[in-house]
Design a protein around this ligand. Sequence first.
Ligand code: SAH
Length: 253
Amino acid sequence: MSLLNNIRVVLVNPLYGGNVGSICRVMANTGLKQLALVTPSNLNLQEARMLACNAWSIFEQHREFATLAEAVADCGLVAGTSVRPGLYRAHARSPREWAPTLLEAARKAPVALVFGREDNGLSNEDLTLCTHFIRIPSTPEYSSLNLAQAAMICCYEIYLASNEFVPGAEKSPEAPAELRERMFAMWEETLLAVGFMEREKALHMMLGIRRIFARGLLTVDDVKILMGMARQMRWKIDRLAEHAPDAFPDGTE
Ligand code: SAH
């Protein structure tokens, strides 16, 4: 089972349906499933649904609690997000710093990621229930983020640290030297045929061309494309040379 299933997003008294809907979408984007709402206001559900888009099922499965203490009762680590954690300021770390700790804790017990209401944030009483504090770095001039955007940054860091995202890998293997050499031989022949270089300068020029291709990984598929280009050019040159042999002094032989 994914550790992400054991991380619960807890929203304390959210005011705006739009933010709650956006957070459902954030959760779906980042693999989180458990949403808990602590005494939500009279949420505008139309707005919530609109912003949740295809993540409405997360809202449908949410649980409601009368107090934060109840929402996190079964949790081990409780991470409170706050822009001004007061007394706890010294312990606050960025989402990136805390993400591995949260995931590690999620192995043993549910973990809560707690967000405060749009206007007042988390109260001191709420913060006393937290074992860890997350502060998203931001400017002193305007340090408070929009609730859903704060949630996105935290959930994204947790998702990234979980290593569940597997970037698409190159499928074609690296071209072996033998294939590369055949490709360079074809290009050399073709470049000579079009008069791009003289035979005495070919070695030098081919070193330059080799250097360009050595800068990045050259896959079997890449080499096949380059061979196809050289082959087609060579074929065309041979056809043209039949009509105007003088135009291709180094052409077909
Ligand atoms: N005006 C409130 C901020 C509320 S923003 C205050 O000054 O406390 C709503 C919620 O978004 C916050 O309770 C917190 O959960 C989250 N949030 C916003 N900015 C944040 C930041 N820089 N770091 C951590 N959490 C943040």
